[in-house]
Write a protein that binds this ligand. Structure first.
Ligand code: PRP
Ligand code: URA
Length: 194
């Protein structure tokens, strides 16, 4: 977190650290996923093993959520990936949806929404509504930096969605940026800061 918060970190190292932290967060999420028992034959005898139940779908919110995908897929290589594109209007802070590409049968297992930043919560709330409309029933969210305002908004709009955050920050500034936060995650990841 020190690496991605540090303003001296360039986009290459920012991307690498963001992806790595996202992979580490998977361990927290899988702790509560539904499981089922199976039996496999070892070279010696039958052994009881535990599997995650159902098909897992990871859904990054573009752009910044894309940077979390590689780290997550390293830990969960079987997961399906859907994509939602949402951009926050800089003045109104309202999200605008520009892409909705989700796999079929989203209710076949847990759906994990990923976006590094939970600020006002507008984007995440809209993304969860899009997931529900597409049929998802078990939805969780991984973010890296959350503001209390965003958590309150999600708990109000979608009380059944569990949020896993690497850090809970203080508040938002007048432009809707998280304080202390890390700045604009998408711009820092792709080197598009003017
Ligand atoms: C950022 C971030 C979230 C959103 C959070 O994306 O990745 O999606 O803002 O803000 P909110 O909680 O107030 O909605 P942004 O809209 O800047 O798009 P980008 O990833 O393409 O830069
Ligand atoms: N989006 C970001 O990328 N950063 C913030 O601090 C708030 C919204």
């Amino acid at each position: 977190m020190a690496t991605i918060r540090n303003k001296e970190t360039g986009h290459r190292n920012f991307r690498a650290a963001l992806s790595q932290i996202a992979g580490l967060m998977v361990y927290e999420v899988t702790r509560s996923l539904p499981t089922e028992q199976t039996t496999v034959q070892t070279p010696i005898m039958a052994a009881r093993c535990t599997l995650i139940k159902g098909a897992i779908t990871i859904v990054p919110v573009l752009r910044a959520g894309l940077g979390m995908i590689d780290g997550i897929l390293e830990v969960m290589p079987e997961a399906r990936v859907g994509h939602l594109g949402l951009a926050r209007d800089e003045k109104t802070l309202e999200p605008h949806a520009y892409l909705n590409k989700l796999p079929r049968e989203l209710d076949a297992g847990p759906v994990i929404l990923v976006d590094p930043m939970l600020a006002t919560g507008g984007s995440a709330s809209a993304a969860i509504s899009m997931l529900r409309q597409a049929g998802a029933s078990d939805i969780r969210m991984i973010c890296l930096v959350a503001a209390p305002e965003g958590i309150d908004r999600l708990q109000k709009d979608h009380p059944d969605v569990t949020i896993y955050a690497a850090a809970l920050d203080e508040c938002l500034n007048e432009k809707g940026y998280i304080i202390p936060g890390l700045g604009d995650a998408g711009d820092r990841m792709y080197g598009t800061i003017i």
